[in-house]
Write a protein that binds this ligand. Structure first.
Ligand code: ADP
Length: 845
């Protein structure tokens, strides 16, 4: 072998080796490749697994954290719970109410301090049995009252055995009240709450002892509470009055048990009414219970919408009131009886007083020495004063005894005022006071009213005005303030220029027997009844009285009344024939009144202040129809003025207006008329109209009548009282009459047949047959003779009865000569001689 071969062999070998190597390398590479792929897969898996582990780890970590936190929370919660429990117990310990828990075996499990404090110093601790505690509590603390210990324990023991344990209220020896409220727990134990209700019980104790019934409902109308008194007042429902029951249930309960007789048959309606009533609340009213007791019910809404009611038994009060009313009625009856007695007494006293006054008057007419005259005058004036007082008392007693009734009839108010004024004229004249009347021109004069009573009022007011006035005037003024269909409201005022009344007395004087108590005033006599009567009368007429006064200047008394205008009220006839009048008066008021009376009739009125002024006017203008002159004037009086007028050559008529026309007889012919002041408007008009009457007529009237054979007027006087017969006889002694007396009504009737009187004066109260019966008998017999009754100041009712008996009119005693004369003159028949003898006869006496 050679080298080359060896080389070639070697090379070959090398090449083969190389190829093998290459193949092996390839195989290795491929295997490597495979391995690499595998390794890669493996590593991926590892990575993945690692990832899983990692996340598992972190989850575990998280859980561990949570766990840790949870443990912490738990710890905190536990602490909080412990604290809360402590706080709860602290709280439970601070409340005044006792709190205790007993386990299923009724052993004390736990209790607060308030509860334990009731057993202070006693061996009470958890584990003690309910029964032991109960006995201990009952013995030591409870105010058992009458109840034996054993009973109490039994009662309390059986109480907690019930399914629903009822609350119970206990009074303790230390004065506190507790209310035990027990609940059964789920484990069979008992939770006890002992509430201190001392305050509440005090209030309740107070409400319970109230003498009045008390009841409280909540806003749902459920009974909250009521006291014992309330239950007693409504015994029928007492049983149903349990807290919680509604008002409606209470009512229904009453209905069901038949306690409401008035609701039978209309139950639902009754119920609805009662409920409505209850809901209205805020009311105070009276009701009568079935027992007859009178209850004052006062119901009110409480701030929370409930109802609180108080029921007061006012039976005793009502009884007392009834007794008072009875007592008052009895007192009033006694008072009326007293007044009636007084009225009768005054009436009785008047009869003999008649004799006294009448005889004194007659005595004064006889020839007497100065001294005797003084005595007789004194008897007469004292008697008259006494009669005024008796009249006042009589009137007042009549009003008090309620025996005063008004007797309305048509009358002339102006004339009434005029008459009253005329009656007072003499007194006014003595003092030199002017009396004036100013009656509103445009008013009717006739009204329907009680003229007698109005006259009394006017007499009192005008009389007072004259009495309390020394100088100046008294003016009565009538004005109409309001009128409606057929009715007229009148203001009548009486003004004076007298002493006046201090303001503090203005009310006082209208009281009974009240007068102004001062020196200036008390020199005047009087009873102090006049104004009291006046006020009563006017109020009785539906009017009112008042007074204004200026002390030292004067007073003005007034009254208001509304009266129907009389149907026959015709306007006053105005003197159309007179055109121009010249009137003179020194007093302004009088001039004004004259002007007011004349001007509206279309008359031209020239007013003068003095006679001189009249003369001056007439000199300038003589064309007047008439002169109206006042009588008393300074410088030149009315009579002198007439002379001056005639001297100046004026022939016109002159009328004299005088407050005191007496002693003017010789002059009456010189004047066209002499009129008494105050002048009645209709009189003035009549006289003015008369001025123009044809002269011929006057002549005819003045011509003496052919003498006729006239007989005496026959007069029968029925009067049982001898004194009165005497007085009557003496009063008519100057009169030309044929007078006969009858001692009673029966005799009068008998005498009537034969005597055939032209006029009968009839006393009313007479024995056997009184005046009214006698009049009735005469009328029944067909007698038409005029009968004039003579009555003592007429008792109420008399006037009507008198007229009803067929009597024509009545005169009030004491008899006055003028009144008798008037009646005689009026009823004198044409065939008899005038009974009134001419004046000279009297002058001669
Ligand atoms: P009387 O006049 O009888 O005393 P009245 O009741 O009529 O009773 O009057 C009561 C009182 O009123 C009088 O006493 C008087 O004091 C006072 N009085 C009444 N009218 C007047 C008046 N016109 N002027 C002053 N005082 C008067």
């Amino acid at each position: 072998m050679d080298l080359s071969e060896r080389l070639v062999k070697e090379r070959r070998a090398r090449l083969a080796a190389e190829r093998l190597l290459e193949q092996k390398s390839r195989e290795l590479f491929a295997a490597n490749e495979k391995l690499a792929i595998h390794a890669r897969t493996l590593s991926d898996q590892i990575v993945e697994q690692r990832q899983v582990v990692k996340s598992a780890l972190s989850e575990a970590e998280l859980l561990k954290d949570q766990n840790l936190r949870f443990v912490e929370d738990l710890d905190r919660a536990h602490t909080a719970a412990v604290m809360a429990e402590r706080r709860l117990w602290d709280a439970i310990n601070t409340i005044r109410d006792g709190f205790a828990v007993f386990d299923a075996n009724l052993k004390l499990a736990t209790a607060n301090q308030a509860f334990l404090s009731w057993f202070d110093g006693q061996p009470v601790a958890p584990g003690v049995s309910y029964d032991d505690m109960l006995v201990l509590f009952a013995k030591t603390y409870v105010d058992l009252g009458e109840e034996p210990l054993y009973d109490f324990v039994q009662r309390m023991r059986s109480r907690i055995e019930a399914d629903r344990i009822e609350p119970v209220t206990l009074k303790l020896k230390n004065g506190t009240w507790i209310k035990l409220q027990d609940r059964r727990a789920n484990d069979g134990g008992i939770v006890t709450l002992a509430i201190d209700i001392t305050e509440q019980m005090r209030i309740w104790a107070a409400i319970d002892v109230l003498p009045d019934g008390f009841v409280l409902f909540d806003r749902e109308e459920r009974l909250l509470a009521c006291n014992q008194r309330y239950r007693e007042m409504f015994p029928d429902s007492a049983e149903a009055m349990l807290p919680g029951v509604t008002f409606e249930d209470l009512l229904r309960n009453g209905l069901k048990n038949g306690h409401v007789p008035e609701a039978v048959g209309r139950e639902e309606e009754w119920l609805a009414q009662r409920l409505e009533h209850f809901r209205a609340a805020d009311r105070v009213e009276e009701s009568v219970l079935a027992s007859g007791r009178v209850i004052l019910e006062s119901d009110h809404v409480t701030p929370d919408g409930g109802r609180v009611g108080l029921r007061t038994d006012i039976t005793a009060m009502r009884e007392q009131q009834a007794q008072l009313v009875t007592a008052r009625k009895a007192a009033e009856a006694a008072n009326r009886a007293k007044s009636a007695f007084l009225a009768n007494m005054s009436h009785e006293i008047r009869t003999p007083m008649n004799g006294v006054v009448g005889m004194a008057e007659l005595l004064c007419d006889t020839a007497l020495t100065e001294e005797q005259r003084l005595f007789a005058e004194t008897i007469r004036s004292s008697g008259e004063a006494l009669l005024v007082i008796i009249n006042d008392i009589l009137d007042y007693s009549k009003i008090e005894a309620e025996r005063l009734t008004l007797r309305p009839e048509p009358f002339d108010l102006e004339r009434t005022i005029h008459e009253v004024t005329m009656l007072l004229q003499p007194r006014a004249r003595e003092k030199g006071i002017d009396l004036m009347i100013d009656f509103d021109m445009f008013l009717p004069t006739r009204f329907v009213g009680d003229p007698g009573r109005l006259r009394q009022v006017l007499t009192n007011l005008i009389g007072n005005a004259v009495k309390f006035t020394e100088t100046g005037h008294v003016l009565t003024r009538v004005v109409g303030v309001d009128c409606e269909e057929g009715r007229q409201t009148l203001h009548v005022t009486v003004e004076d220029t007298g002493i006046g009344i201090a303001p503090e007395y203005l009310d006082h004087i209208f009281g009974e027997f009240n007068q102004v108590e001062d020196e200036r005033n008390r020199k005047f006599e009087g009873t102090g009844l006049g104004l009291a009567i006046t006020r009563r009368l006017i109020e009785h007429m539906g009017g009112a009285v008042w007074v204004d006064s200026d002390p030292g200047q004067g007073s003005s008394f007034g009254f208001r009344v509304t009266l129907p205008v009389a149907e026959d009220s015709a306007p006053v006839q105005v003197p159309v024939t007179v055109r121009r009048v010249i009137a003179v008066d020194d007093q302004f008021i009088n001039r004004t009144i004259l002007e007011r009376q004349l001007a509206p009739c279309g008359i031209e009125v020239t007013l003068c202040r003095s006679g001189a002024e009249v003369l001056e006017r007439l000199a300038q203008d003589p064309g007047y129809d008439v002169v109206l002159t006042d009588h008393a004037m300074p410088e030149m009086d009315g009579v002198q003025l007439l002379d001056q007028i005639r001297l100046a050559g004026h022939g016109l008529p002159v009328m004299l207006l005088s407050s005191n026309p007496t002693g003017l007889d010789s002059l009456t012919n010189a004047f066209a008329a002499v009129l008494q002041k105050p002048i009645l408007r209709s009189d003035l008009y009549r006289h003015l109209q008369g001025l123009n009457a044809p002269a011929v007529e006057t002549v005819v009237e003045a011509a003496p009548l052919a003498p006729v054979d006239l007989r005496q007027m026959r007069v029968l006087a029925a009067e049982d009282n001898r004194t009165n017969q005497l007085v009557f006889q003496k009063m008519v002694r100057d009169m030309d009459i044929d007078l006969r007396f009858a001692d009673n009504g029966r005799i009068a009737v008998e005498m009537f047949q034969d005597f055939k009187p032209d006029l009968i004066f009839m006393d009313i109260s007479m024995p056997e047959m009184d005046g009214k019966e006698a009049a009735r008998t005469l009328r029944a017999m067909g007698a038409t003779v005029p009968i004039v009754a003579l009555t003592a100041h007429a008792m109420e009712g008399d006037a009507e009865a008198i007229l009803a008996a067929g009597i024509d009119r009545y005169l009030t005693k004491p008899l006055r000569k003028t009144a008798i004369e008037g009646a005689l003159g009026e009823y004198c028949p044409p065939e008899a001689r005038s009974p009134v003898v001419a004046a000279p006869a009297e002058n001669a006496a």
